[in-house]
Design a binder for this molecule. Sequence first.
Ligand code: BJW
Length: 246
Amino acid sequence: MRIFVLTGAGISAESGIPTFRDAGGLWEGHAVEDVATPEGFARDPDLVYRFYDERRRNLKKVEPNPAHRALARLERAMPPEDFLLVTQNIDNLHDRAGSRRVLHMHGRLDAARNERGEVLPWSGDLRAADRCPRTGTRLRPHVVWFGEIPLHLDEIGRFLASLRPGDLFCAIGTSGVVWPAAGFAAEAGRMGARTVEINREPTGGPFDEVRRGPAGIETPRFVEDCLALLGRGSNAPEDGCPPSRP
Ligand code: BJW
């Protein structure tokens, strides 16, 4: 069985990171076109640097929640080639929860990019005056803005195309309005996979099964169900370790 998991802002909401579309078109008080487009960056780079600095600083104050940790557990229980975790989030909570292979299709806050497109780790504030230590060129946040091409699309496309009946696709905490991620569930369904959604609110997406509720509750339940299908339920040995003694 292969499993594709797509996560969005809702999985990090219970860690204290606000979602995007809850604030009447404003993201932490800013219009989307001012802070999440190349045009906005060209118009007022300082505003955009400050916007991402604030979010990068906030990362240090938040922790992964049970949903992130459950997905790391699921990854450990599966052959690496049969599991893919793709996140639209630029936070690093999946990584910090122990997920080993996460595709950040919209980039990541803890990295910067130089003018050649090379990516380097970045943990502090990032300003217009900062230069890449390797090339001396300007740096920008390593995030994918509207109108830019998301990352890892080849690898994502290959995994989607490999899905078959009996496989699973699960979208967690995403409104399904931003493309191309919004099309992944339908594509997985076309390949014959069973499509599952975990969300607090209805999204109207093309899912075979909807698990309505907070990601922090529903994701661990979903993972338990997957582990049971794999014959690795909570009572089964995990990662080669014997079950703990009573
Ligand atoms: C909970 C919960 C809890 C809350 N438990 N659930 C017209 C039609 C179609 C497409 C387009 C169009 N016009 C333009 C486009 C393309 C455009 C697009 O999709 N626009 C739409 C808005 C219409 N897309 C792009 O430009 C993309 N690029 C592209 O298409 O390139 C062309 C191309 C593609 C492929 C091949 C070749 C060429 C780029 C998109 C980049 C998106 N970037 C952002 C910003 C990143 C940096 C940053 O964070 O600042 O990524 S936008 C923003 O939205 C961010 C998110 O990753 C993304 C998705 O949002 P998400 O995660 O779904 O969050 P929310 O807030 O929307 O939803 C949260 C959900 O959680 C809700 O449903 C809640 O109910 C739920 N929830 N609490 C469970 N506790």
